[in-house]
Design a protein around this ligand. Structure first.
Ligand SMILES: Nc1ncnc2c1ncn2[C@@H]1O[C@H](COP(=O)(O)OP(=O)(O)OP(=O)(O)O)[C@@H](O)[C@H]1O
Length: 320
């Protein structure tokens, strides 16, 4: 196996977290808080990985530990093969973080912000790619403006560029599209896809499950500091054994009799919605039953569950 400091080195897991524990100390009247309770997580190199969970699950704590902003209580974190405790400099160099908060110095221009950031990471002048980065995030025209005069969207784009100054192998985006408009969201996703195609591993936290479903090839759900599951997105979506067959019968007939286990209702638009478990019934059986009841079929559609259904099912029973 090549040494981790070989530039061609590429570990199977971009990030490996084992037994990660974080307990925030009691402060004032607030008792101590077990934010992470022995989290194990492998993030495959080259993936677009979604880290999801309800409020307070421990996502920000995990990301802040990766970023070196929060000290873990116990456990091991390897970033690009480097143990965070043993090789802090190399593990920090492998990761770029686009934070939630707009932590930008208002008196710097975007160009100066990027140069300062590159300096902090020790990127030699000759290896800086400031112009390319400004171009990538669409800030070439604002390169010399005061950052305080930039719009919120432009500031976020600058944060993305800042996360990339040291050409990290791993990019972490913490709630990148919370409260941003559609144009910015699309621009961001285009960039993320492009960077991923070039080999960068992307880790994303988001409250927009639709977005995770569309963007991520693998998803981990955490809840109350514990891993609920970590699976490929399509496997995760296939977990719920429930689909709905929606039929336009073109007439307001009585509800047909159907095989046991099928839930039937008439929707406000007049269509019949038949809820079924694909493991128990086929679409053929349902269609036969509807026809057998003397109804004609004008149009038909199958609705599959989305990530939101799966997410709620996996986390709601844990409420309390
Ligand atoms: N500095 C802190 N001191 C004490 N408790 C904290 C601190 N930071 C976070 N916590 C607590 O740790 C738990 C996990 O919080 P964290 O912010 O990691 O969750 P999250 O999944 O990012 O949630 P959200 O989606 O709401 O940001 C929460 O109960 C939170 O109140």
């Amino acid at each position: 196996m090549p040494a981790p400091d070989d530039t061609a080195f590429s570990p199977a897991s971009a990030i490996e977290i084992s037994g990660l524990t974080k307990t925030y100390a009691a402060a004032g009247r607030a008792p101590e808080k077990h934010a992470l309770k022995g989290l194990d997580l492998q993030i495959p190199t080259g993936s677009i990985f979604g880290l999801l969970g309800p409020n307070g699950a421990g996502k920000s704590t995990t990301i802040n530990i990766l970023a070196g902003l929060v000290r873990k209580t116990a456990g091991q974190v390897r970033i690009w093969g480097f143990d965070q405790d043993v090789n802090p400099r190399q593990s920090r160099a492998a990761i770029g973080i686009m934070p939630q908060e707009l932590n930008i110095d208002p008196f710097f221009t975007p160009r100066a912000s990027l140069e300062v950031q590159a300096g902090l990471y020790g990127v030699p002048k000759a290896e800086r790619w400031t112009d390319e980065l400004l171009e990538l995030v669409g800030l070439t025209d604002q390169a010399e403006s005061y950052t305080r005069n930039l719009s919120g969207g432009m500031k976020r784009r600058l944060l993305l560029a800042k996360a990339l100054v040291h050409r990290p192998q791993i990019l972490v985006l913490d709630e990148p599209t919370a409260g941003v408009d559609i144009t910015l969201r699309e621009m961001l996703w285009q960039n993320v896809r492009k960077l991923n195609e070039q080999g960068m591993t992307i880790i994303l936290t988001t409250h927009y499950l639709e977005e995770a479903e569309e963007m991520c090839d693998r998803i981990a759900i955490i809840d109350r500091g514990e891993l609920v599951l970590c699976e490929d997105t399509h496997t995760l979506l296939g977990r719920t054994d429930s689909k709905t067959l929606v039929i336009d019968t073109g007439e307001a007939s009585a509800l047909p009799g159907l095989p046991e286990g099928i839930r039937v209702e008439r929707r406000a638009d007049g269509r019949l919605a038949l809820g079924y478990a694909p493991s128990r019934h086929t679409v053929d059986q349902l269609i036969d039953a509807v026809r057998g009841a003397g109804l004609s079929i004008r149009d038909i559609a199958v609705e599959a569950p989305d990530l939101e259904d799966v997410f709620l099912r996996l986390t709601s029973h844990r409420e309390g």
